[in-house]
Design a protein around this ligand. Structure first.
Ligand code: ADP
Ligand code: MG
Length: 353
């Protein structure tokens, strides 16, 4: 007869699971800051300030003037899968917020030291909250603050030895990636003032990025890249089908100024910054028909019904699945061929079905 022993397949303990998952949501400095900026945008902020100490190595902070967090949410705020944005799976189909999984704050708690200051318009004073690594609220005190929220993370990755080493070794690179990412939000967020400053050892604070929060993509491009770059661009407005549109700007045929492949190429889906390698490849390939010496700048927003895209593909939400990607790429190719063919037609293409 067989001897019954306890199974060798056992559940991993809860805190190890938390650490494993957190490390997938928060990959690096840019993804950490991205989550906080998205929370501020979801909170309806019109002013967002990102302040870094030592390029984020020591700490980073996101200060907003959004709606704030009400006291009845303090205890559950940084618990895993606690969100005010989604309660049931079908809601994912009609998602209009950046966040939806309730993982960012819990992951940041797990991977760094997290404190939050927040105040809603119903409160006269703000509250300063301290959380432990499991997401539990361990301290709460009154403080002064305008309506809005400040989230501070210190010592990111100090409890993940390998990631921590990488983080410190690559800090310059991560900082650069962070700026690129903040540029994407500066381009897409309309009417939101975005400022990023960095303070280094000598206590010198420098402004890394500053936008005014204008109302149009055009103005945002001018603020982020300058007016001379803007004059090299042509607006693109494509109607791919009744409810699929592409709006944005592409380099004029003779005026590519992207220095390297992928330089200043930003793709958005319904205003959400995402990676679109296939679209990028297509744009680069067809631009070569018009200009073989340079790469195009591309700033393109795909306006599609929320039901046709799935943003819940990767933990960092940068990858997106379309229900009919093939025909999107085909229509885009046809439109770009018209734009970049040597006889150069028009940047506004109405596709006939
Ligand atoms: P998600 O964004 O997926 O909901 P998070 O962990 O990023 O998950 O945030 C958890 C919740 O905390 C949010 O649903 C929101 O209610 C609240 N929150 C986080 N950051 C802010 C902020 N800056 N302003 C207002 N509320 C916030
Ligand atoms: Mg979030």
């Amino acid at each position: 007869g067989s001897i019954i022993t306890s199974p060798s397949i056992k559940p991993i303990n809860k805190s190890a699971v938390h650490r494993i998952c957190s490390g997938q949501v928060i990959l690096d400095l840019p993804s950490a800051v991205k989550e906080l900026v998205e929370n501020s945008l979801d909170a309806g902020a019109t002013s967002i300030e990102v302040t870094l100490k030592e390029c984020g190595e020591e700490s980073f902070q996101v200060i907003d003037n959004g709606c704030g967090i009400s006291p009845n949410n303090f205890k559950v705020l940084a618990l895993k899968h606690h969100t005010s944005k989604l309660t049931d799976f079908p809601d994912l189909q009609s998602l209009t917020t950046f966040g939806f999984r309730g993982e960012a704050l819990s992951s940041l708690c797990n991977l760094g030291d997290l404190t939050i200051e927040t105040r809603t318009k119903s409160e006269k004073v703000a509250t300063h909250l301290t959380f432990d690594h499991s997401g539990l609220l361990i301290d709460e005190k009154k403080t002064a603050r305008q309506v809005g929220t400040t989230v501070t993370v210190k010592k990111l990755f100090s409890n993940l030895p390998v990631r921590s080493k990488e983080f410190h070794r690559n800090i310059r690179k991560e900082f650069g990636k962070l700026i690129t990412l903040l540029n994407a939000y500066a381009l897409t967020a309309k009417g939101v003032r975005l400022v990023c400053t960095n303070t280094t050892g000598s206590n010198k604070s420098s402004v890394v990025l500053k936008t005014q929060g204008s109302g149009s993509l055009k103005d945002n491009i001018i603020t982020v890249f300058g007016v001379s770059t803007f004059t090299c661009l042509e607006p693109v407005n494509l109607c791919i089908s009744d409810d699929w549109k592409v709006e944005g700007f592409l380099s004029k045929p003779g005026n590519g100024s992207g220095r390297t492949l992928g330089d200043r190429q930003y793709f958005f889906v319904n205003g959400r910054p995402v990676d679109m390698p296939k679209v990028s490849k297509l744009v680069n390939e067809l631009y070569r028909c018009a200009n073989s010496k340079q790469y195009p700048i591309a700033i393109m927003n795909f306006v599609v019904p929320t039901r046709v895209c799935d943003v819940n593909v990767t933990p960092d939400k940068r990858k997106i699945f379309f229900s009919d990607e093939g025909s999107l790429l085909k229509s885009l190719r046809e439109a770009l061929v018209k734009i970049y063919s040597p006889q150069h037609a028009s940047f506004t293409v109405q596709n006939s079905e």
